[in-house]
Design a protein around this ligand. Structure first.
Ligand code: HEM
Length: 424
């Protein structure tokens, strides 16, 4: 047994807040070990990186998700009682609710809805006036995902719901007013979603069977009982919120198309060849590279169930362990020239469940990996195909990526100036 390198005397929370995406990578390099002890939020923690660590981290006989993330994340991003905090058989049973929503036809329907909403929004943009794409994408995604999920969204409520769903992911990792807005948004969103669940159960709204509103409202726990309305609402929000969060990747996709004209030409050639409606091909490689290259979630957390050895290093019972998602996607041993944006790398090497982890590691149907990857890839690809067919110019702006922000974003939000209406 090797002692775990690192130290637990000094709290490193400020260093982690200053550089949340590279904090673990730095610690690991400093100590020359993929497992490093540290201290965060005044408590000892262990940071781990690499595909082997990702595989070990998924073992739910060794690690629990119960109380794994700080309460401030539960009170904003996750909500109380959701799938993220469950373990074992109970987790797999609840997880099926999400995995069952991701059929290829349904994912394609959502991508088509997003494309339609984007075209509709773009028709209202005055020619020559600046448009912040990140803001436009959030509104488009809110309208599209509510329609897709069977959640009524009266036009008068669209702006408020966009703001609330955004605040849940945008303010979870923030400090100060942005975080407090997220807490208020969680309360409002929980009330809204629980009300949708009650209305579905009372027959006042009748979403089709293959929608998230139907699935959440009628999901039964292993004992056969319906979920309490609040919990079912949290799970409904577990579909709405992260779909709106795809706006972050869409802003990064616009950023990549602007900074890599070669990629924009390849996406454009493919869209011209198939009328913009195809799937797979180069644009999908582009979407995967957006998810690998750009930051979103720095890490995921679990707690050790008992005193154990992790990669040969001792980890105490109850200790919080953080798996370095960003670092694994940028590991030079796995990804040559990791800082280069190069979609072709996915055609050369493919990807695996533990070496490519933008949305968690492992198998999504048995572990905690995100069930929404098919949606995320499809939406990035659909919007990239639409953007390359739109006529706009990109004005002077600071679109450098703010790596101290959670989630990271281009500082300008990606501003364009439309030069004419979008093509059909
Ligand atoms: C912006 C794109 C997205 C990112 C970056 C993202 C990232 C993540 C990450 C890092 C996790 C945690 C994995 C873990 O704990 O090991 C996760 C879990 C989850 N995601 Fe996503 N996600 C995205 C989109 C989506 C979408 C579109 C949906 C659904 C429509 C979704 C639904 C969920 C759910 C329900 C979980 C909890 C899974 C569980 O605990 O078993 N996500 N996501």
């Amino acid at each position: 047994m090797e002692p775990t390198p690192g130290g637990t005397a000094l709290d490193r929370t400020l260093a982690a807040l200053r550089d949340p995406y590279r904090f673990i990578g730095r610690a690991v390099r400093r100590h020359g070990s993929p497992v490093v002890a540290t201290r965060l939020l005044l408590a000892p923690a262990v940071c781990v990186t690499g595909p082997a660590a990702a595989a070990e981290f998924q073992d739910d006989t060794h690690f629990t998700r119960h109380r794994a993330v700080p309460p401030r994340v539960v009170r904003t991003l996750f909500g109380k009682g959701g799938v993220q905090g469950l373990d074992g058989a109970e987790h797999r049973h609840r997880k099926a609710l999400f995995v069952d929503l991701m059929g290829a036809d349904r994912v394609a329907e959502l991508a088509a809805l997003v494309d339609r909403e984007l075209v509709r929004a773009a028709r209202s943009w005055p020619v020559g006036e600046p448009v912040v794409l990140y803001d436009a994408f959030r509104a488009v995604l809110t309208r599209a995902v509510c329609a897709w999920a069977g959640v009524p969204l009266p036009t008068v409520d669209a702006e408020r719901r966009t703001r609330e769903l955004t605040a849940l992911f945008d303010g979870a990792g923030a400090v100060g007013p942005r975080h407090w807005r997220a807490r208020l948004a969680r309360r409002a969103a929980d009330r809204w979603a629980a009300d949708v669940v009650r209305r579905v159960r009372a027959g006042r709204i009748t979403p089709p069977e293959d929608t998230a509103a139907h699935a959440a409202a009628w999901h039964r726990a292993p004992d056969g009982a319906l979920l309490p309305p609040h919990t079912a609402g949290v799970e409904l929000l577990n579909v709405l919120r992260p779909t709106v969060a795809v706006a972050v990747y869409l802003a990064f996709a616009a950023h990549a198309l602007h900074h890599h004209p070669r990629c924009a030409r390849a996406v454009g050639d493919e869209a011209a060849a198939d009328g913009g409606n195809g799937t797979g091909g180069y644009t999908e490689l582009f979407a995967q590279e957006v998810r690998r290259h750009y930051p979103f979630f720095p890490a995921v957390a679990a707690r050790a169930r008992f005193d154990l050895l992790f990669q040969g290093h001792p980890v105490k019972r109850g200790r919080r362990v953080l798996l370095d998602l960003y670092g694994i996607n940028h590991d030079p041993r796995r990804w040559g020239d990791p800082e280069e944006f190069r979609p072709e790398r996915f055609a050369e090497a493919g990807w695996d469940l533990y070496g490519f982890v933008p949305q968690g590691a492992g198998d999504p149907s048995t572990g905690h990996r995100c069930p929404g990857e098919p949606i995320t890839v499809a939406l990035i690809a659909a919007v990239a195909r639409r953007l390359v067919r739109m006529r706009y110019e990109v004005p002077e702006q600071d679109d450098t990526v703010d790596m101290a922000r959670l989630p990271a974003l281009p500082r300008s939000g990606c501003v364009i100036r439309p030069l004419g209406p979008p093509p059909e």
